[in-house]
Ligand binder design. Structure first.
Ligand code: SAH
Ligand code: SF4
Ligand code: F3S
Length: 467
């Protein structure tokens, strides 16, 4: 088959985005080119997220739309008239020979796939492959089999061996590089330990090789990814840890930046804080999800710290690192959360002067402990209202945080150039501490490091001028 096309729709976190870049790379090896147009794809992949019910619903509705496109010819020539209805009964009795001729092939990957497995076929019988998160590297061989009409579920928790592959990265200045995957924490609200399995570190040689390759392709910023980057190395033989890894990466020649996400509050070591202070490439930025500012709720969430401990960590980092950005995640309306307990979250955000927070209303997830506390569920309207207040608080914190930098000189890595509707030419980039800055400039200098003076601050970004 010539000139096959693949389209991947990615939902969820950076880990999923990174997985998509790997899938594109692997599929190129077996003759697929990437398309931005789902309608002309022979292979459609939905790379799913199940962190909240809404993300899961989005995945199923997308699969439903794609199911309606199934027909007996490939790509652009697919005619409406011969499309097969995505009615469940139509698919039940199809054999391999029939399925072989049906296009587009549909793959469900990511966290919903891992969690729902075979159940996906019941809901969406036109799906050809359910690919679990730990079987990513099995994709090429499985795609060859679905091309022949097979229907496959591969969600084994035994990770499929990572192969040396080319990665088709999204064109940008930042390259995402996973260093570990999985989580052992089992916070009572969270599905991730069930969808990404136990913590596993990637071998340092693979990580370093991947980073060198990305740098040679022109990437200027490396963001190390993991559900808990502080756990890096715990399962390796030689006492390697995150601080050690940061040192190896910092030693690679050339000008570039290094970031890492996500940190678990109580797992951040002084050694890691030292690397941020001492290593020129490691940026002054920590993402440390707090989830709630209330001790009782934190306990119920099975987080291993109380407010005072989180505050101590935050104060310690701020006292040691000038201009450090600390961002967080919060959940509004966890089962049993009282108004007073919610207030503690708002107060925490303000007191700690958090620079930015991701916020979400609690969403019950199957299998998790908290989902069983149905009698403690907070009504939807209360959750929505708390989330709105949390967001308003977040906006105030962001503006306050940004205002700190007015008049300051900062290094910006340029990420984008645009000519606005009014004709103004503007470049956009990020400071080392992850603030977005807009700067008037005549031409596209994406990928360059420039020095900028901050002239004013908005809620979500700074304005600056070249110096
Ligand atoms: N490993 C990171 C977070 C991964 S999940 C950590 O330890 O914090 C990303 C964020 O999604 C979480 O920080 C949490 O705020 C949010 N989240 C997870 N499960 C959720 C749920 N059931 N409902 C609402 N938000 C949730
Ligand atoms: Fe989820 Fe908690 Fe693990 Fe983060 S640490 S991924 S919130 S279980
Ligand atoms: Fe979603 Fe899975 Fe990431 S549940 S947030 S895609 S780890």
């Amino acid at each position: 088959m010539e000139n096959k096309k693949v389209y991947i729709e990615t939902l969820g976190c950076q880990m999923n985005k990174s997985d998509a870049e790997r899938m594109y790379g692997m599929l190129e090896h077996i003759g697929y080119t990437q398309t931005q147009e789902p309608k002309e794809a022979d292979l459609l992949i939905i790379n799913t997220c199940s962190i909240r019910q809404l993300s899961e619903d989005k995945a199923y509705s997308q699969i439903g739309v794609w199911g309606k496109w199934r027909g007996k010819s490939r790509g652009k020539s697919r005619g409406k008239s011969e499309n097969i209805s995505c009615d469940k009964s139509n698919y039940k009795n199809l054999g391999e020979a029939d399925r072989k001729n049906l296009y587009p092939k549909i793959v469900v990957s990511g966290c919903v796939a891992q969690q729902a497995g075979e159940k996906i076929f019941k809901r969406a019988p036109y799906v050809d492959l359910v690919l679990g998160t730990q079987r990513l590297y099995e994709l090429p061989s499985l795609v060859k089999r679905i091309e022949n009409g097979e229907r496959i579920v591969s969600v084994d928790e035994k990770p499929f061996k990572e192969s040396e592959i080319q990665i088709n990265r999204v064109k940008s200045v930042n390259a995402w590089v996973p260093i570990m995957e999985g989580c052992n924490n089992f916070c009572t609200y969270c599905i991730v330990p069930y969808t990404r399995g136990r913590e596993r570190s990637r071998k340092p040689e693979l990580i370093i090789a991947e980073i060198k390759k990305a740098l040679s392709e022109g990437f200027k910023e490396i963001t190390l990814l993991g559900q808990n980057v502080d756990s890096y190395g715990k399962d390796l033989d030689n006492g390697q840890n995150l601080a050690w890894l940061l040192k190896q990466i910092n030693a690679i020649e050339g000008k570039f930046r290094i970031r890492f996400v996500t940190n678990y509050p109580t797992d951040i070591t002084d050694e890691v804080i030292d690397t941020v202070i001492e290593l020129d490439k490691v940026c002054e930025y920590f993402h440390i999800p707090m989830q709630s500012g209330d001790d009782y709720i934190l306990k119920k969430m099975n987080r291993r710290y109380d407010y005072a401990t989180y505050k101590r960590i935050c104060d310690h980092i701020r006292s040691r690192i000038k201009d450090v950005t600390i961002t967080s995640d919060f959940i509004a309306g966890f089962p049993g959360e009282t108004e007073e307990q919610f207030q503690n979250t708002l107060n925490a955000m303000t007191e700690l002067e958090l620079d930015y927070s991701n916020t979400a209303a609690y969403s019950p997830r199957e299998k998790t402990v908290a989902a069983k506390w149905t009698d403690l569920y907070i009504p939807e309207d209360v959750k929505t209202e708390r989330l709105a207040r949390l967001n308003e608080h977040n906006r105030e914190c962001c503006l306050k945080s940004n205002q700190k930098y007015i008049g300051q000189e900062m290094e910006v890595l340029v990420e984008n150039f645009e000519i606005r509707k009014n004709g103004n030419k503007v470049i956009t980039g990020r400071t080392r501490n992850n603030k977005i800055v807009h700067i008037p400039y005549e031409k596209d200098i994406t990928g360059e490091f420039i020095n900028v003076k901050i002239t004013n601050a908005k809620t979500w970004y700074l304005n600056g001028e070249l110096i």
